[in-house]
Design a protein around this ligand. Sequence first.
Ligand code: MIG
Length: 794
Amino acid sequence: MNVSQGVVAMQQFPDLILSSKREGNNFYFFCTETTLEVCVKSDKIIRFRFAPEGKFMRDFSYSTAPEYQEKIQLLDMVESEDQYIVITKYLECVITKKSAHISILDKNGMVICEDEKGYHWEDHKQYGGEIVFCSKKIQSGEHLFGLGDKPTDLNLRGKRMELWGKDTYGFLKTSDPLYKNIPFFIGLHHKTAYGIFFDNSFRSFYDFGFERKNVYSFWAHGGEMNYYFIYGPDPLQVVEGYTNLTGKPEMPPLWALGYHQCKWSYYPEKLVRSVCNEFRTRKIPCDSIYLDIDYMDGFRCFTWNKDYFPNPKKMVSDLAEDGFKTIVIIDPGIKVDKNYSVYKEALDKDYFCKRMDGTLMKGSVWPGACNFPDFTNPEVREWWAGLFKGLIEDVGVKGVWNDMNEPAVFEIETFPYDVRHDYDGDSCSHRKAHNVYGMQMARATYEGVKKFGAPSRPFVITRSGYSGVQRYSSVWTGDNIASWEHMWIANIQCQRLSISGISFCGSDIGGFIETPTGELYVRWIQMGAFHAFFRTHSSGDHGDQEPWSFGPEYEELARKFIELRYQFLPYMYTTFWQYVNNGTPMLRPITFLDFNDTETYFRQDEVGVGEQLLICPIMQAGVDGRWLYLPEGKWYYYWDDEQFHGGMEVWAEAPLDRIPLYVRAGAVLPHYPVMQYVGEFKLEELFLHIYYNNKPHTSTIYEDAGDGYGYQNGEFAVKTFNTGGSDTKFTVQQSSEGKFDPEYGYYEATIHGLPFEPEGCSMDGEKLDFEILDKERNLIKVNLKKAFKKLVIS
Ligand code: MIG
């Protein structure tokens, strides 16, 4: 092994590769002591692992990574005097014999990603084992994205970040680390994108040219150098590749895409009921209500404070009748109390985390002194899931909110390093388990909510998580502040989470800490209406934060945007399905939307929402509009149908009753009527808003029952709409797949932007009546059969 003497630490490197071996899709390269494993997972995904002394660790990961294998179309290896080349359909992976340096090239011979020092390691003087490093060159013009919930600029170039989940109350733009641990990032240069997923759960670091301008590196305080290279070249494809690798969620219940109302805390029962009542009397749509920690008896998980909630089952079912799903918080800390059955059982069964020397891990959180279940033990997870029987099956709670699972502990921040964990049968210290603890808690919670809520779909939300957490849970961005800067941060965080495999995300609308002005609240709710998770939450002690708390003028505006969200529900649901089906992120940074246009690389306020929409929130007080950059193509301004060409800056007229919102020309957007909650009434019709375009354009609508698992057995419908036109004619064609037949009877379609005055209209060859809705805007209305195949307007 090569040794180069540093000032503080000794870096060690692999040396000459002496031989190689192929086993199926895996290749092994043997240096004197070090072994490199190269596993080809798909035509676009290659995994690299290093064993410094030739012996690999157990191949286990809480992301689904190790089992993932796709069909490979082409795989070959060639050896020359000084290098090996592993060849796939899209990639050439060059490994030098001299130092096991790795470069990956595309089929045009362009270097996508290449080692600088490459893999190296240092002894961990304090804790033993190795600190494992990998450094690569930053290519010219390279931008770097990813890493989950970081609150800083989207492009991470020039920054250094850390993953070590932390309770960061009132975090700042510069705070790091935050709650979530997502060791995945994306590089983009020369119109080519790739990703690196460093599947290592130890405390890890990412230096994107902070220390040395043209080098990025990632390292972890233990474990293996074990990373995946994921090829695009389109950045959205990189995210899809990563999401396929680490897993996609199931469809959420449709109501979970509705509006959620939360506060720390709504209690007692009377207050909960009156808040829900206010929503219905004021006709502000809402689908769920949250109970924060005060519903419990002395903060004991799975208990109720009977003074505040004498009959939870009755309350929950009354609320349910009015369309409210009740969601309750569950923290990991279990109160030390010999008279508390959950505590007693966990103690008897040895389910709590222990310190290295065998005493229980004790820490203080809301209930006072607590012990903490070891969620990395499969038996503990099963037990935990079982605890939800009471809440879900008996009381009728529909969703569970996991908080404090970084894990957070008062005074000492988190568990000490020496705490032991099972880690699914390969016992380890907290150094390795910390970053996955929250995810394993969410996983166990999800299993319980799913089991006892069957056949309904579960809803779980978590604050912490590791790669793959998206399979079990939605997330929120934690304890933010009621400020314009925090609205900006939320806009960034939700985009970043989306491109980190976690599309089901949202922020505490209006801010958790302190109280927003009515204006800030309205601007924030406008943005939140386009985030998959749409919830107002606040810490309550600072003032009220219900949509009506800011006076009638702002209430009217908040209602308008919550209503808008319900109108957009079938679109958001379709976008969610595209995420579930293909791993496509729901929010798409403008750079990802149009990565061929490098102008977009320096922008981050503009966000694609699914395939057809673009928003650019107003994040400043007292303004009536803003400049923004539209990506390539033709766009309609949602509010007045004004048409714009992309690839340039445009001014969006957006007084407080508008968010800058654009629709792609040619799009078919489904709308629901305004409803107070999902399933309030039977739908008579589905509204379609169809936007004229002279170029062909495709839109999709996904539908299913909105709950239950029929969709996994073909009970769904995917409708494809192809639009196209000329100066005198416009055509809309529909085809569909799947056997689900929605309850509504027909489509009520509005055609926007026709460049001609229509004279006739036909559906599947037969004459069809149309109505002119608005002469000036040339808005045409037609009613269409659900199964129509072709609409022609001329
Ligand atoms: O130490 O449960 O981020 O959403 O309302 C604070 C009380 C604990 C932090 C969460 C917040 C929640 C609060 N919790």
